[in-house]
Design a protein around this ligand. Structure first.
Ligand code: DGY
Length: 392
């Protein structure tokens, strides 16, 4: 009944209705290029306009018995049943408008032989900038200051008004030094001359080289070199870092990676940032920790039960909250839309999967005859772009 009610309010905008391939796009995407890519390749594109997130039953009903592919959102539950419905309807690809894919049952998709696309690379710098923005906002109490001024509570300069934390020269702790964590570390290191501790599955040679090269530059200027250390033990990083930023994907091993015990290891004045996925952090534990430690600061762009917040989070003055804006720049979101469309078209055409993290070639008018990114390409034995080119 609830589904029927929801579907009644669900209007679909159809483009190129005579197209051979039926592609569903669950939410309207920024820009126009993505639509041109799909319609130029003979796709009939149905764009959902539901304000609310469509649930699994709604998705199954919309897919119906004939659908070649879907561009979906991180807010939707792409579980086994929905993916089975897509496959049974003739689905050849599920393309996610995000880099993170914790909402997609990759195991089931792989078993069904369904490629799952995502949009890496293009949003790296934007998300790292958001982490940096939250770091500055939390450390320097930007939101508290803004609220004070707007409320007419600013009665003039004071020596001790809203004192925050100086970032320069402090120790940065990056949890998960993949693409985004690395970009963030570089920004903070160059901008604020920060020493780095990083935790992950293995050492990051590119990042270590970057520090080495920057240290050469610093020593030539008679400035003190910075340190970089890989730590195999997360607790060690939490104890020593002044700023801690989370950049791990969400999976079973990272769910509540940061819990009550781990908050208690952090410095009382630490700044804690999360731009990855909310459930990496036990949000209730974070609320209690921030309540008990008023000098501790947090900046969150993602939430455990997004869009809902756990009780009390929004009342904390030492927490800065943004509504999952990591990749929210026009260039980035339009680029993600292009990649999501290219993932669909590339699979329909049987093209090989792109071989590097550099996705910008797909934004040019002469885009490569390749599929930008398929997370289960290895498991499905999809051909790689380099294999094709070397055998050509
Ligand atoms: C992603 O892509 O996974 C982000 O969370 C949204 O840009």
């Amino acid at each position: 009944m609830e589904i029927v009610e929801k579907m009644r309010h669900f209007r679909v905008e159809t483009h190129h209705p005579q197209g051979r391939f039926r592609i569903l796009v669950t939410k309207k995407l920024p820009g126009t290029r993505w639509m041109e890519i799909l319609t130029d390749d003979d796709c009939r594109v149905e764009v959902g306009n539901l304000e609310e997130t469509i649930n699994a039953d709604g998705l199954k009903a919309w897919i119906g018995d004939s659908c070649h592919g879907v561009i979906g959102q991180l807010t939707e539950d792409w579980n086994e049943e929905v993916l089975e419905t897509l496959k049974a309807a003739g689905g050849q690809v599920y393309s996610s408008y995000a880099v993170g894919y914790d909402n997609v049952d990759i195991e089931a998709a792989s078993r069904l032989g369904l490629p799952v696309g995502n949009t890496p690379g293009i949003l790296t710098e934007a998300t790292a900038e958001m982490a940096a923005a939250l770091t500055f906002a939390a450390a320097r109490r930007v939101i508290e200051g803004d609220q004070m001024v707007r409320a007419g509570r600013f009665s003039g300069w004071q020596p001790d008004l809203l004192l925050g934390t100086l970032l320069r020269g402090k120790t940065l702790g990056v949890v998960g030094a993949g693409r985004i964590g690395t970009a963030y570390a570089r920004m903070m290191m160059q901008g604020c001359r920060m020493n780095l501790l990083y935790f992950g599955r293995h050492t990051n040679e590119d990042l270590e080289r970057f520090y080495d090269e920057f240290n050469t530059f610093l020593t030539q200027r008679n400035e003190k070199p910075l340190t970089i250390s890989f730590v195999a033990d997360l607790d060690e990083l939490l104890v020593h870092a002044d700023i801690i930023s989370i950049h791990t994907p969400l999976d079973e091993s990272t769910h509540h990676l940061i819990n009550r015990e781990r908050f208690s290891l952090m410095k009382r004045h630490a700044v804690f940032i999360n731009t990855s996925r909310g459930a990496v952090v036990d949000e209730q534990a974070l609320v209690e920790h921030c309540r008990e430690n008023p000098d501790f600061r947090a900046g969150l762009d993602v939430f455990e039960f997004e869009p809902r917040l756990v009780e009390g989070l929004d009342a904390l003055p030492n927490v800065v909250l943004t509504p999952h804006l990591g990749s929210a720049t026009r260039w980035t979101r339009e680029g993600m839309a292009v990649l999501a469309a290219c993932n669909v078209v590339g699979i329909l055409k049987g093209w090989p999967v792109w071989h590097t993290d550099d996705m910008e070639p797909f934004l040019s008018s002469a885009r490569p005859k390749a599929v930008p990114s398929i997370v289960n390409a290895g498991r499905l034995n999809l051909p790689r772009y380099t294999d094709m080119t070397s055998s050509a």
